[in-house]
Design a protein around this ligand. Structure first.
Ligand code: ADP
Ligand code: MG
Length: 340
């Protein structure tokens, strides 16, 4: 090795940067589904084979990409969502860094099929390791399909870090479930190895969405309540005390439509159910919070979904009272029946 400094070529730097954005099939799916949502799709189909290691296909009926933009979409820092740093504070889109397509394409074989409303025909582009293999016109409906084949085929070290198919599949199913819960106004269909995992209707009914994803049996044992305090609003879907889980996988918090993580919220859930559940058991709980945006600090690092509330006390007391009042009432019913 000599000590001379040189710039990395774009294929190499994209491959390195890909580690930040895509570390497993579920993270590829997250990026592609978020792109579909940003493109205002109302129906999104996600198909995976071999836990996404061999094949991932995301189809949407969103805006599509202009034929002249399809190559640049795969360049790093190429985005239609912001132009200058000031736009960040006002952007409502899930993406804005322009890194996902470049990263994904650099470590897989990608096909893009896309058409805008106005375009007479669609475009079919294929890239291997980020290099364009072909581009041709194709007949297709308005919207975008991205197919990702053989993820990490050219980065064997990273491929080796993937877990077994059961584990990667369960990450995918959990992720798509939570995204579908965050967007009850959009239809999602998840297909795993040719069998349908779930289909949501996109009719903007959270209870129907929960039923479609987790089944009637679970939905039947859920309570719902909503409450407002100051400018904070919560809509909660949560399990009765006789249904619980051994982990927190069926808990999710959405703040202003985004799936987030928050220690304060987790503590509030635990507090509300304290003494009502056996130890080391967790309720099923989906919380939809609406909070003035200036009262939250969202960390904009792509991998971090942790958020900070400026008024943690208010959040906590609002959540605890919303859940607890209803849980205690629910508890009362059998007791009342028992008294002669
Ligand atoms: P970002 O989402 O941060 O802008 P991406 O690399 O994910 O960056 O995507 C680059 C660009 O490609 C997006 O800004 C968007 O213009 C376009 N794009 C990607 N996916 C889609 C899609 N499903 N529908 C429409 N446009 C898309
Ligand atoms: Mg994106």
């Amino acid at each position: 090795m000599n000590n001379r400094i040189h710039l990395l070529d774009s294929f190499t730097s994209n491959k390195i940067a890909a580690g930040e954005v895509v570390d497993r099939p579920a993270s590829v799916i997250k990026e592609l589904v978020e792109n579909a949502i940003d493109a205002l799709a109302t129906m999104i189909v996600i198909e995976v084979r071999d836990a996404g290691k061999e094949y991932i296909r995301i189809s949407d009926n969103g805006s599509g990409i202009y034929s002249s933009d399809v190559e640049i979409a795969f360049e790093r820092h190429a985005t239609s969502k912001i132009t200058q740093i000031e736009d960040l504070s006002s952007t409502l889109s899930l993406g804005f860094r322009g890194e996902a397509l470049a990263s994904i394409a650099s470590v897989s074989q990608v096909e893009l099929i896309t058409k805008t409303e106005e375009a007479p025909a669609g475009i079919h582009l294929e890239l291997h390791g980020g290099k364009v293999i072909f581009k041709k016109e194709i007949g297709c409906p308005t919207g975008t399909t991205v197919i990702v084949k053989n993820l990490f085929y050219n980065t064997p070290a990273r491929f080796k870090f993937l877990r077994n198919n059961t584990s990667e599949s369960s990450h995918i199913i959990d992720l798509v479930s939570k995204i579908a819960l965050a967007h009850p106004d959009k239809g999602f269909k998840l297909i795993n190895n040719n069998s349908i995992v779930f289909v949501t209707s996109g009719t903007n009914n959270i209870f129907h969405t929960i039923t479609s994803i987790y089944g009637k049996e679970l939905a039947k044992n859920m309570l719902t309540a909503h409450k407002a305090e100051n400018n904070y609003f919560v809509e909660a879907y949560f399990s009765k005390t006789d249904m619980y889980r051994g982990n927190r996988q069926q808990q999710a918090v959405f703040v202003n439509g985004r799936l987030i993580k928050s220690k304060v919220v987790t503590e509030a859930i635990d507090e509300a159910y304290r003494t009502l559940l056996p130890i080391n058991k967790f309720p099923i709980c989906f919380l939809y919070l609406k909070i003035p945006p200036e009262e939250i600090d969202v960390n904009i690092h792509p991998a971090k979904t942790e958020i900070k509330f400026s008024n943690e006390k208010l959040i906590k007391s609002l959540l605890i009272s919303t859940l607890k009042e209803n849980l205690l009432q629910e508890k009362l019913i059998p007791e009342i029946k028992l008294t002669p």
